[in-house]
Design a protein around this ligand. Structure first.
Ligand code: SAM
Length: 245
C-alpha cells in the first residue's frame, strides 16, 4: 500500500498551538479521520483544526471511540476493541484507494491517545503500512504555561497518572513524586480533593479547565470547587519550589 497514515497531535485547544508540521501534513492529506467520544457528539480535535485550515475539499471520517477505562494488563471491553477495528477498517478503506489519511488526536499522540491503539490495530491487519506520528503540544504543557507552574526542574521526579484508577495507586504516586500531573479528574474530583487534603497537598495543587480554549479556567483553591468541572481538566500538584503557590 502506498498511502501513509499520519497520526497528528493537534494540541490542547488553541489553534495557534497547532505546529507548522501538523498544519502542513493536514494540508497535504485528502482524508481527515477524527475521534469523538459520543456517537452524536462532535469532535473537539476537528473543531481545533477547522479554526486553522479550510476542510472544504477534505473527506472527513468521524470515528466514535467509547470512553472506557483501559487496563493494559487485561483485554479491553469488546465495545472498545470493536471501535478500534471499525476505525482501522474505515481508514484502511481510504488508504487502499491510495489516499493519505491524517488521524487527529488532541494534545500529543504519546499521552493517553487513541492514536496508538489505532496504530496497533492497523499494524495487526497490515504490518507493512507506513505510519508517521506528529507530536503535538500536550494538555499538561498548556496547563503549565497557563499557570506558570513548571512540571519538572532540576532533580524533580515527575508522575503522570489518570485519576480514575485505584485510590491506593494514586496515594502512593502522590506520596512518592515531586510533581504529579493528574489527568481525567472530572468524575472523581471530590475523592481526589479529599485525598489531596489528607496528604496536605491541596495548597500545592492547581486545576486548569479547558487550557488553551476560550473557556480556559484556572482554579487555585481546589477546596472551594462546588461545580462539576469539564472533562478537559488537569491538575498539577507541585511540591517543590518553583511554583506560584
Ligand atoms: C484522553 S486524555 C488526552 C491527553 C492528550 N493526548 C494530551 O496530550 O494532553 C484526556 C485528558 O487530557 C486532559 N486534557 C485534554 N485537553 C485538555 C485541556 N485543553 N485542558 C486541560 N486538560 C486537558 C484532561 O485531563 C483530559 O481528561
Amino acid at each position: 500500500m502506498n498511502a501513509t497514515l499520519h497520526i497528528v497531535g493537534v494540541g490542547p485547544g488553541d489553534p495557534d498551538l497547532l505546529t507548522r508540521k501538523a498544519l502542513r501534513t493536514l494540508e497535504g492529506c485528502p482524508v481527515i479521520a477524527t475521534p469523538k467520544g459520543s456517537k452524536n457528539g462532535s469532535s473537539t480535535a476537528l473543531s481545533i483544526v477547522e479554526q486553522a485550515l479550510s476542510l472544504d475539499k477534505k473527506e472527513i471520517i468521524e470515528l466514535y471511540f467509547p470512553m472506557k477505562k483501559i487496563h493494559l494488563d487485561s483485554a479491553p471491553a469488546d465495545e472498545v476493541q470493536e471501535a478500534w477495528k471499525n476505525g482501522a477498517d474505515q481508514i484502511l478503506n481510504f488508504m487502499e484507494q491510495g489516499k493519505d489519511v491524517a488521524f487527529l488526536t488532541l494534545g500529543d499522540p504519546a499521552i493517553y491517545s487513541t492514536g496508538y491503539y489505532l496504530y496497533e490495530t492497523i499494524l495487526s491487519l497490515h504490518p507493512e503500512i507506513r505510519v508517521e506520528f506528529i507530536p503535538g503540544i500536550s494538555a499538561m504543557s498548556s496547563c503549565s504555561a497557563a499557570t506558570s507552574v513548571p512540571i519538572c526542574l532540576g532533580d524533580d521526579k515527575l508522575a503522570v497518572i489518570p485519576a480514575t484508577f485505584s485510590g491506593e495507586q494514586l496515594r502512593q504516586t502522590l506520596e512518592s513524586f515531586d510533581t504529579i500531573v493528574l489527568m481525567k479528574v472530572h468524575r472523581v474530583l471530590d475523592q481526589l480533593i479529599d485525598l489531596l487534603r489528607e496528604l496536605g497537598l491541596l495548597e500545592k495543587a492547581v486545576l486548569v479547565e479547558r487550557a488553551g480554549m476560550k473557556e480556559e479556567n484556572i482554579l487555585t483553591d481546589l477546596g472551594s470547587i462546588r461545580d462539576q468541572v469539564h472533562y478537559f481538566s488537569t491538575i498539577i500538584v507541585r511540591k517543590r519550589p518553583g511554583c506560584r503557590k
